[in-house]
Design a protein around this ligand. Structure first.
Ligand code: SF4
Length: 234
């Protein structure tokens, strides 16, 4: 935090923040519902530009109709568009699901590959989505640099990078690999609930003591408490 902070002090402070966020959000996990890697891949793609709550609401109908990549690749476009309609951008999203499931069938026999390099080669799958799937469906450590993660990591002084891949590497180097997935959830949960892009609730923040950006939002506890979102993104 201070400009003279040593590497050791930075690592210690970063891990302290993660520990406290873990105590603050003991239930932190992926907020998208899923039963298997295919479902998580699909719902993560669908969650762009909408809320997890909305995606969770269409999920039962979607997977009852198209439970796997083979079924989805052969889906009737109009029917699929109707199901994903409530999420907005329904044409683009339908297109993404059809291409993604066709590629899974053609390249991986309908399975979701458990490797970053294979995942990012699938149409519509970026590094962020790939890390969500690796970390949450396969139990392989992954850092998910979404907008919340990037903003908080910069506010914490863990990185100055705005490029997600660079930020991922710099932040990853501060933590043991085994902590990466939960760390991602902690930052995303805190970003959704307390440390908002505009008006972070600094006066109601459990990690304020270790945060160099303390004061970026209201520090008065009563004012700050009103800014806290208890439902997260939902
Ligand atoms: S002190 Fe403020 S800026 Fe820092 S993490 Fe907490 S809410 Fe965010």
């Amino acid at each position: 935090m201070p400009r003279e902070e040593t590497r050791t002090a930075l690592v210690r402070r970063a891990r302290k923040i993660d520990r406290v966020l873990g105590e603050t959000y003991p239930d932190a996990k992926c907020e998208l519902d899923f039963d298997n890697p295919f479902e998580l891949l699909v719902v993560t793609v669908l969650s762009a530009q909408t809320t997890d709550k909305r995606v969770n609401a269409v999920r039962p109908t979607l997977f009852a109709a198209y439970p796997d990549a083979t079924a989805m690749a052969a889906a009737d476009r109009d029917h699929l568009e109707k199901i994903v309609g409530p999420l907005g951008f329904f044409r683009a999203k339908t297109d993404a699901l059809l291409k993604l499931s066709a590629a899974l069938v053609e390249r991986h026999g309908g399975d979701v590959p458990p490797r970053l390099k294979d995942l990012v080669e699938l149409p519509g799958v970026g590094r962020k989505t790939a890390n969500v799937v690796l970390g949450n469906a396969f139990g392989l450590p992954g850092i998910t640099v979404d907008t919340h993660f990037g903003r908080l990591a910069r506010r914490f002084g863990w990185t100055a990078q705005t490029d997600p891949v660079k930020a991922e590497h710099e932040v990853g180097a501060l933590f043991p690999k085994r902590d990466w997935t939960l760390l991602s959830h902690h930052l995303i949960w805190h970003g959704r609930r307390v440390c908002h892009a505009t008006k972070p609730a600094c006066g109601a923040c459990t990690v304020a003591r270790w945060c160099p950006a303390y004061g970026a939002g209201p520090t008065d506890p009563v004012t700050a408490a009103k800014l806290v979102r208890t439902e997260g993104r939902a």
